[in-house]
Structures are given as C-alpha cells and as structure tokens.
Design a binder for this molecule. Sequence first.
Ligand code: 13P
Ligand code: SF4
Length: 352
Amino acid sequence: PASDPGLVERARKAKEALGERLFVLGHHYQRDEVIQFADVTGDSFKLAQQAAARPEAEFIVFCGVHFMAESADILTTDAQKVILPDMAAGCSMADMATFDQVEECWEALEDAGLADQVIPVTYMNSSADIKAFCGRNGGAVCTSSNARRALDWAFQQGEKVLFLPDQHLGRNTAVLEMGMSLDDCVVWNPHRPNGGLTQEQLERARMILWKGHCSVHGRFTAESVDDVRARIPGVNVLVHPECRHEVVLKADHIGSTEHIIKTLRAAPAGSSWAVGTELNLVKRLAQMFPDKNISFLDRTVCYCSTMNRIDLPHLVWALESLVLGEVVNQITVDDDTTHWAKVALDRMLALP
Ligand code: 13P
Ligand code: SF4
C-alpha cells in the first residue's frame, strides 16, 4: 500500500476538498509517501513556529510524533484541532522522562538545597507536562537548532541547568559549543535513589543531564565513523547532536535536521557525505542531491519506528474522516498544562 496510486489519489482529493481549512505539517523524518502531502516540512523548531503561524486553518494534521503534535496544540488557538494520523507515533526518548520522575528529581534537588540555583531546560522531545514543569519552575524548552542559545539564557537565570531528557544533546552543547568540561556534567539516573549522585557531585555539577537518549541516534558509534572514513576516502561526516558525544567528537559537522539539509545543499558537487540521522531523511537527501555522494553513516541502524507509524493509509484515513465531518485522533492538552508549557515554549520562541 505504500506506493498505492489509489491512496495517493484519495489523499490528493481529500486535501483538495478541505482546502484552506487544512494545514499539513511534516517532520523531515517522515516517509516520502507522507511528506509529499505536507504543506510545510521542517525540523522541530520550524514546525512549532509554523503551527502558530496559521490561525485560520481549522485542522492541523501533524505528520510527526506525539510530542510535536502536543506542542502544536499548545501553540495554536482553542478553535484549531491538531490531528496525529496514528496515535502510536510516540517517541522513546520522550518516554524516558515521566512527570513523576522529574518531580522526584526536583524534590531531591530541593532537599539538597540546590533547586533555587537550577534552571530546568527540556528538549522539545518531551511530553507536554514536562514542558509545563519547566514553565512553572522558571525554565524553557529548546530544540536541536537553538540549544546553545537556550542554555546561554538559562545560565543567565541560574548557576546550574537540569537538562531533560536527552543527555547527548545536553552534553554535546555544553562541552562542544559552550566550552564546559565533561566534569561539569553529571547524569541523573531516574531509576537510582537520588539519581545515583552524591551531594558533592550535585554541588559541583553545572549541567545535570537526564539519563535519556534517542534510540535511533544512540546507535551510531565511534566505529561507525571510523568504518565510513576507511570505506570512503575524503568523506565528510555530518551528524545530529542527539548522537553520542564520542560520535560527535569524530564528526566534521553537527546540526539539526534543517541544518543538515542546508549543509548538503551548499556542499560542492562531487563531495562525499556520510550522514548520521534518521534514514528516511538521508535517503531523501541522496535523491535530492544526486550530484553529491550521500550515504548513511551506519547501515546497521534503522528507521525511527515511531516516525514511520505515520504512513499513507493512516494519513488518508485522517483526511477522509475530516472530509466526512469526523475529527479522528485529535491531540488535546489540558488548559493548565497548556498555560505552563506555553510559558516554556514562548521563552524559546523569544530567544534572540
Ligand atoms: P530536529 O528536527 O529538531 O533536528 O529533531 C530531530 C528529532 O529527533 C525529532 O524527533
Ligand atoms: Fe524520538 Fe529519536 Fe524517533 Fe526523534 S528519531 S522521534 S528522538 S526516537
């Protein structure tokens, strides 16, 4: 069914019938069969901005994962409805920080007499209640394209940062972009008493990194980089900052999905690139820029299975239901969570 011309035609017709009432957003990791129907494609930051930029659209169909659709619901008006074509499109990284675990961590920081020095910053890849927690406690949201600016802001507000839930983005930004040392970072393990940390470690740390990671990017290793360099002479290695620190250290370029696309667009014809990010995007980039030799950093790593949940049959079902007047798979965030999560998101959107 992936390339079923009947489904392509049905999606096209449903989009046409809904006209300006519909706005379809697509994250760069989505399948080609889905991305062809997106009105706008982007990284998490661009999609959050775009969701807020179309107040006249009655329906926002979000082709991405659950936390992105939640953020879109938070940033859109009450009258707008955000739809996720498959409710199983979650994110394993976002699931690694639950609200109760984060509250427990914060209570431990309060008991340690440190909470008033700590600014919580959460990566966009987190549930709405974690974003609201950050909003309530003087913190902000960041994405991979503005993590440095969000952390600069946070260190103007306090002495330490609790960075949720991606330890790799937090560490890579602190060490490689802000000149901190690895010793300035500690990892809070939510499955261990007191995060597995001593009072002294917490007092010394500047970055308290949550023990979370992306199950896709976490699979690229230092050997992936060594192997590709041995296989392809002169290759440029370009990776997402969700990759492990040792991978990023060995890479030539680092950036969000939007940055990866811009870098490859600007690359000279004939140059070779090994890209460490989700496979749907890497394959698309190889097709978009055939004059460059673009390959996947490690052929043993696979697609993001939750991003891939959004396929053409689910998209057609969501769109045709709207045509018939039925809203399916609506994502709604309650008012209190929306209020505080928006505080944290607005702090990010206001970054210089
Ligand atoms: P960006 O598109 O912001 O780089 O995010 C990557 C990602 O993993 C989204 O799930
Ligand atoms: Fe989550 Fe990683 Fe998939 Fe992005 S690529 S949705 S961070 S599991």
